[in-house]
Design a protein around this ligand. Structure first.
Ligand SMILES: *[C@@H]1O[C@H](CO)[C@@H](O)[C@H](O)[C@H]1NC(C)=O
Length: 349
């Protein structure tokens, strides 16, 4: 009786508002100190300085000179080439719009981190030339790239074609390089990895998302590959088949279709990419039963010649999927800034 009454008084006193003020102050101070420490740590991480340089961007090498040179790749199977794509959607009237300054800074992060890589930025006219040169026999591809039509879908297909025909790293214009590409594969996998892919979304135990895969989705904003990987031929075949179905359901040729975001995701984009990749992974490792088997990866996983990075590999800073929100997680190779180059210009790419 006496004990519990005194304990009650004690906790009352402890929780009195006058007591709460210093406690709140101490907690607040601790919180500020934690955030400050994380910020200082990321400043001291050498990768922080390499992220974005303020140098004036130099002219990207032309596509044809890239095709002529053979890559120097050290112990890597991934050619020393970086590919980026900047297509103008049909609804933009300017013939050759400027690349926004923010994206030019992001581009610089790729060049500065990878000084021995050839850098290529493909515009609309380069695209047509590349497809004519490398996929001359494929009429469906010729038709897609020669005419108008969704820039988002063309950009999706083009990255698969580039990595299939030539290889290297494809990365969207709203991505930032964190570490040199040569360090993306852990040393033990460097001489065997022919494809490096990251995870965009991992449901873990959370709710499902609209528009993404049920359990897990691979990202295609950044992909590294040695040329000729069968995943790309499978992906392009799948995309061409699905585009044919889309033309039929819209009753229009590709050039006249204005696809919805969902059309893009499921035909050429990350959802279709996830299906194609997983089907090929299952061929390599039949014990894989569902995408769920790749959920919650804490470190890199090698399946055949495919290196799968954990969520932070290309997807740090997201609010889901177990992604690290603050600082520079050790697994981060590149970061997606989710700026969609054409956002604010009433379109997206
Ligand atoms: C595309 O156009 C640019 C600018 O006019 C030019 O420098 C480049 O060589 C062209 N590319 C091809 C493949 O013709």
């Amino acid at each position: 009786m006496f004990l519990s009454a005194s304990r009650w008084r004690l906790s009352r006193r402890f929780l009195s508002s006058r007591r709460l003020v210093p406690i709140a102050l101490i907690l607040g101070f601790a919180l500020v100190l934690t955030f400050y420490t994380i910020h200082i740590q990321s400043l001291h991480d050498p990768r922080f300085y390499e992220r974005v340089s303020l140098q004036v961007p130099h002219d990207p090498a032309s596509l044809s000179s890239g095709l002529a040179q053979s890559p120097r790749q050290g112990d890597h199977l991934i050619p020393h080439k970086i590919w980026q794509i900047f297509l103008t959607p049909p609804e933009i009237k300017e013939a050759r719009p400027e690349i926004p300054q923010k994206q030019r800074d992001f581009i610089e992060s790729w060049k500065v981190n990878n000084r021995d890589h050839e850098y290529h930025l493909l515009r609309d006219n380069d695209t047509v030339a590349f497809v004519q040169e490398n996929f001359a026999q494929n009429e469906a591809l010729q038709k897609i790239f020669a005419g108008k039509g969704s820039a988002a879908m063309k950009s999706d297909i083009l990255r698969y074609l580039l990595l299939f025909a030539i290889g290297g790293v494809y990365t969207d214009l709203d991505t930032v390089a964190w570490i040199p590409i040569d360090y993306w594969a852990p040393r033990e996998y460097r001489s065997t990895a022919r494809l490096i892919i990251g995870i965009e979304f991992d449901r873990l135990e959370d709710e499902n998302w609209k528009g993404v895969h049920h359990e897990l989705q691979f990202c295609q904003w950044t992909i590294a590959a040695a040329p000729g990987h069968p995943i790309f031929s499978a992906m392009v075949a799948r995309a061409l088949k699905l585009l044919g179905d889309l033309e039929e359901s819209y009753g229009k040729p590709f050039a006249e279709i204005k696809p919805t975001t969902n059309d893009v995701l499921t035909t050429t984009g990350p959802s279709a990419w996830t299906d194609a990749v997983f089907q090929e992974l299952q061929k390599i490792d039949p014990s894989l039963k569902s995408l769920r088997d790749l959920s919650g990866l804490k470190k890199e996983k090698m399946i055949g010649d495919v290196l799968i990075l954990p969520i932070d590999g290309f997807g740090a800073g997201q609010r889901h999927s177990g992604s690290t929100r603050l600082g520079v997680p050790p697994a981060a190779r590149a970061k997606h800034k989710f700026h969609g180059v054409w956002k604010g210009r009433e379109s997206r790419i």
